[in-house]
Ligand binder design. Structure first.
Ligand SMILES: [Zn+2]
Ligand SMILES: [Zn+2]
Length: 159
């Protein structure tokens, strides 16, 4: 097999995603042996995932803060603008943090709960939600900053 990009060169490796032949130069162009097209696809995929996470995290935070305010916190009473602003800052942070905490837990816990009775799933969900809340208070800024930095880097790579 020869390199897909340099037909005169013998392939020394294959693209990790599409198995096209890669010569030494092409095989070492990126941190893993991958062709240009697949590398581009991975970058745009990763970018979409990150943007999705950012949007989902803050939409979740704003949505639940709004619902919690409307049906529980503010119920019928009127509060000062200052209180309302602080309410939103704190509750958007807390609810958005649940998403960050949840995603962090998902990425560090092995998928070992394949066979659980329904009660086991409920318990697992409740415990995970509880842990996500506390973990989220720390992980929300960390994940958000990390995601934004990664987005900027991905932007630079493609230009
Ligand atoms: Zn490829
Ligand atoms: Zn090549």
């Amino acid at each position: 097999m020869n390199c897909y990009n340099h037909p005169m060169q013998a392939a020394v490796s294959q693209c990790s995603d599409c198995s096209k032949g890669l010569c030494h130069e092409c095989a070492t162009a990126y941190s893993i042996p991958i062709c240009n097209a697949c590398n581009k696809a991975r970058i745009s995929n990763e970018r979409v995932q990150i943007i999705k996470e950012l949007i989902f995290t803050f939409a979740f935070g704003v949505g639940f803060a709004y619902l919690n305010g409307k049906y529980l916190f503010f119920q019928g009473e009127s509060f000062s603008t200052k209180t309302v602003i602080w309410y939103y800052i704190i509750f958007i942070y807390a609810f958005a943090g649940i998403v960050s905490g949840w995603k962090t837990l998902t990425s560090i816990t092995p998928r070992m709960f394949l066979v659980l009775p329904i009660l086991g799933w409920v318990l697992y969900f409740v415990v995970k939600l509880f842990l996500s809340f506390w973990l989220g208070l720390v992980m929300l800024p960390i994940r958000t900053i990390r995601n934004i930095i990664r987005l900027v880097k991905l932007q630079k790579i493609t230009v």
